[in-house]
Design a protein around this ligand. Structure first.
Ligand code: HEM
Length: 479
């Protein structure tokens, strides 16, 4: 009896060792930290360190543009590989990593769906709503929220030095309030009321921060997501009946969806209206509205706050940007009180500042790992062809992509919007700027997984970067 048990144990250990050695060898041609071929602990520790973007970039700088970060996980800074994996006819699919983006306890959403057919079908039905074609109020809704943002600044944060009154605004929180109210307004015609109250009314942001470490763990140990289906753990997940946090946001989304159905349905030409028109079910809508809030708020807020930070703390940039807008106002080229999206796109220095902000601080740094097809594939790493076996996941490293000195220049570590302005009209200058532009836009993803909210995000940035700069700099609110 004992020897049978010992034999089973030995067989299990032998199986585990053989499997581990096989996995270790499968990617041994890719360099990386010594432990990553054997365990995922380095990956977990790195992702939880708060310095993940820098550590991954160190790995790519040291071991090559595609390097190993886990037993079956690579990470790349190669723009052409990222484009290839995302391309419409590519054999790569979303990897297991995406399962950690399932926010609703029962339902998948467009960001977490791994099944190719279901994802494409859902995406096609959602494109018109996100594009603004079926959302007549989009630009006006962004303007309304921006004006509320200024109302808040004027009411509470304007300094009166002659009376000895000096105030500071926490732009980090205020930009989140702005993007959260904007996304809820354009998505379903209601705001959460962050800007009106100048607070996080139901602890959403606080709860999101608590939730992120769990997301990291589930992204690394994807098999754990199965245990979330167990009744005891499921009951601990956010629910639409919760009074606070993510659950309250789910409840809010659910209420907005319910209003559109029933006896006296609310009819509105917004994103939700478009999705209903395209046949999304009530259940699908509840899950997608929650995704809109999470996908569309923190990302845009990050780039807005970082771009404003760089502008406010770089006096020559600030002066040049304000000079550009002053001239344009003088020439009657800018609508007041809020610039039109189309007008903002015509201001070269503003566009340079926005692109430089997105470059220096790409807002989405999650792994977004794609899965190598079953048959495996050969990828070129810095001139050397290497075989990658099927089932390997390849993550992206946007921080590293955006700090490629061959693309962005030797001073790529600093905020210098001037790099986006061609020095002359030569073809080489045009190609240099075009190459930088197509690379920076990778921060929105690309191809069949590209960000559906890119137009909305850029509209928010086009308006808010310039108008908030004007509001706080001309009023001397920023130091
Ligand atoms: C600066 C702001 C933003 C950035 C940098 C950004 C970036 C991204 C990235 C990297 C992806 C994932 C691509 C992949 O899976 O490979 C994505 C997907 C997505 N984003 Fe954004 N995003 C931003 C703002 C927004 C906004 C405002 C919305 C909503 C209005 C939005 C909605 C979505 C949706 C629905 C997807 C899923 C697309 C799909 O799976 O087909 N995003 N975004």
């Amino acid at each position: 009896m004992v020897s049978a048990a010992a034999f089973c144990l030995l067989a299990l250990v032998a199986f585990y060792v053989v499997r581990s050695v096989r996995i270790f060898c499968s990617l041994r041609r890719f360099g990386g930290h010594w432990s990553v071929g054997w365990s995922r602990l380095w990956l977990l520790r790195t992702q939880g360190s708060g310095q993940m973007h820098k550590r991954f970039t160190e790995v790519n700088n040291k071991y090559g543009s595609t390097a190993r970060i886990g037993p079956s996980m690579l990470i790349t800074t190669d723009p052409s590989l990222i484009r290839h994996m995302n391309a419409v006819c590519s054999p790569f699919t979303r990897g297991r990593w995406y399962s950690c983006l399932k926010l609703h306890p029962e339902r998948e959403n467009i960001v977490s769906l791994v099944d190719e057919r279901k994802h494409t079908e859902l995406r096609n039905r959602m494109i018109p709503g996100y594009s603004g074609r079926e959302n007549q109020h989009l630009e006006q809704d962004v303007d309304t929220q921006l004006l509320k943002f200024f109302e808040l600044i004027n009411k509470k944060y304007v300094a009166v030095p002659e009376s000895g009154i000096f105030r500071t605004i926490d732009l980090s929180r205020a930009t989140s309030f702005f993007t959260l109210d904007t996304i809820s307004q354009i998505a379903f015609g209601h705001t959460f009321g962050f800007l009106e109250r100048d607070e996080d009314p139901f602890g959403y942001l606080e709860n999101l921060e608590q939730f992120l470490p769990a997301l990291i763990v589930f992204g690394v140990y994807t098999e754990l997501s199965k245990i979330l289906q167990m009744p005891l753990l499921k009951s601990a997940l956010p629910k639409s009946t919760d009074k606070r946090g993510l659950g309250r946001a789910m409840g809010f989304a659910r209420e907005r969806v319910q209003e559109r159905f029933g006896e006296k349905p609310v009819v509105r030409n917004d994103m939700l209206g478009s999705f209903i028109h395209r046949g999304l079910t009530q259940g699908e809508l509840e899950s997608e509205t929650l995704t809109q809030i999470t996908a569309g708020s923190d990302s845009t807020a990050s780039s807005l706050r970082m771009t404003l930070h760089f502008i406010c703390t770089t006096p020559p940039v600030r002066e040049r940007l304000l000079g550009e807008v002053e001239n344009a106002i003088g020439a009657g080229q800018i609508t007041r009180p809020v610039i039109k999206d189309a007008e903002a796109r015509e201001l070269p220095y503003l566009q340079a500042c926005i692109k430089e902000g997105l470059r220096l601080y790409p807002p989405i740094t999650g792994l977004l790992a794609k899965l190598v097809p079953q048959t495996g594939c050969v990828i070129n790493v810095d001139g050397v062809d290497k075989f990658v076996p099927g089932e390997t996941q390849i993550a992206w490293n946007p921080w590293g992509v955006m700090r490629n000195s061959k693309i962005f220049g030797g001073d790529c570590e600093i905020f210098r919007p001037e790099r986006w302005l061609p020095i002359d009209g030569s073809n080489s200058e045009r190609d240099r700027v075009a190459r930088m532009t197509e690379t920076v836009l990778l921060c929105f993803g690309t191809g069949r997984f590209g960000c559906l909210g890119r137009g909305v995000a850029l509209m928010e940035l086009n308006k808010a970067v310039i108008e908030v700069s004007v509001e706080i700099c001309w009023r001397d609110i920023c130091a």
